[in-house]
Write a protein that binds this ligand. Sequence first.
Ligand code: MCA
Ligand code: AMP
Length: 503
Amino acid sequence: MVNPLFDSLLGIHSGKNTPFLKLTDQRVITHGKFLEISAQVANALVQHGLVAGDRIAVQVSKSPEALALFAACVQAGLVLVPLNTAYTLAELAYFIENSGASLIICDETNEPELTNLAQTFGARVMTLNAEGSGTLIEVARTLPSSFLTVERNPDDLAALLYTSGTTGRSKGAMLTHNNLLSNAKTLASEWRFDKTDVLLHALPIFHTHGLFVAINVMLVCGGSIVFLPKFDLDEIIRQLPNVSSMMGVPTFYTRLLDDERLTRDLTKHIRLFVSGSAPLLVETYFDFEARTGHRILERYGMTETNMNTSNPYEGERRAGTVGLPLPGVDLKIMKPNSDKIVIPGQIGQIEVRGPNVFKGYWQMPEKTAAELRNNGFFITGDLGKMDDDGYVYIIGRNKDLIISGGYNIYPKEIECVLDSQPSVMESAVIGVPDVNFGETVIGLIVPKEGETPNIEEIKSALAASLAKFKHPREIHIIDELPRNTMGKVQKNILRNIYKSSLS
Ligand code: MCA
Ligand code: AMP
């Protein structure tokens, strides 16, 4: 095979008339047609001067053409750098500079400011709009609908996905062709996907869950996708009778449960509901089962590792667990900051190894060395335990991270902005329980002596630098931060004080 990821994901469906994408406006794009559009896009990218290994930074709305862009990158050996549509210009500047992207693809409304930015870094800009128009597609349409697939080795890069860190600087996780392919094949097989399946897709396609889990599984199995632009409760309720499966973050399930239209009858054609990206509460699992008769299958993964564990398709799905290590994945529970395994049943730090685990952080050898051991095990930063049957429980995190509606938010990044405000001496950002998003962000600031921080000014500074989903829901002014004898801020005390502040 010249390009295993392309051949296994896309090439095998060439010319097939089976539907791939079913859109809400009744349009249907077959697997064969999708391949043709991808080939045209690949031709446009190559005509633009891109060669294998080049990075393409992509901040666009969810559309069939945006998916075709991913497929085109795979076929042309280019490295996709997908970016959250909520990112601000300040955030984008870092990703573009750090990745060394030679092409930026964005919505035409952002073109002027991104063109300025691109010039600074010697990159160029093309546009792709939500409805599939834009300069990229205008060029692609004039080009042949076949493309000579570029040869790739399993270890070559397919994508760089940025994930924040406890230091506040994002790191580009290098995902190889084999990382993506091995995980897609494993998941399709473990979850029994085949070409008769229809997946309801309402996740964004700039993260692992919506792109590599959902889309790649459906490409590998040759099934169809009801492709929604975003999560829309009414549309999901309308579409549930037309599909065989859905993948979502826990917020999808809590929002569905809040709607009385969710019934056993509405979901009677579904064979599988999958949840991941954030903890699914045991209560949500049982409420969903009581209402629909379905046991949600929970799985656990990371940007750096794709999926690591899954509850079984057949066999017992245990509430409150993320299931068993997937075939090919080694998982160990280690004593934090050591190379010793904990006594069975005890809590420790989760480490994983397998074909799913990334190659390292882009141009950050020290960070790679700190998290990826020489023996191939990746230190996840998640705390967990394993029961006698091998089921994994995620108990907490050894990293300062908030997960809001499935999006990861690193407090350090927000604290850096708060600390840089002239009136602020220091700050702490914490996550507190939230019925809608699971967790939400609270900011606590200690003023400099004699200063009275202007909260509105601080909010404006946050808005200028950070995506909306990272903004603290509330900012409180406090006298001092609680610290332990080592001087470390005791966020658990703050979380306890503010846990009910939003209810
Ligand atoms: C939207 N907003 C949010 C979030 N989403 N704020 C905090 N957290 C969020 N997740 C903001 C909007 O900017 C808006 O602000 C306000 O909340 C209300 O928006 P709403 O309409 O309620 O939100 P929505 O558009 O319905 O989105 C909620 C959502 C969405 C459906 C839960 O966030 C989503 O699709 N999340 C999935 C994320 C995901 O794919 N994660 C996977 C990462 P305003 O009204 O003030 O303008 S991959 C991963 O984690 C690993 C690998 C894994 O294991 O999968
Ligand atoms: P990301 O960096 O976006 O890939 O998010 C990965 C993190 O999400 C993991 O390290 C976990 O902390 C969390 N996560 C993913 N799936 C689950 C799950 N099913 N239960 C609990 N946490 C999860």
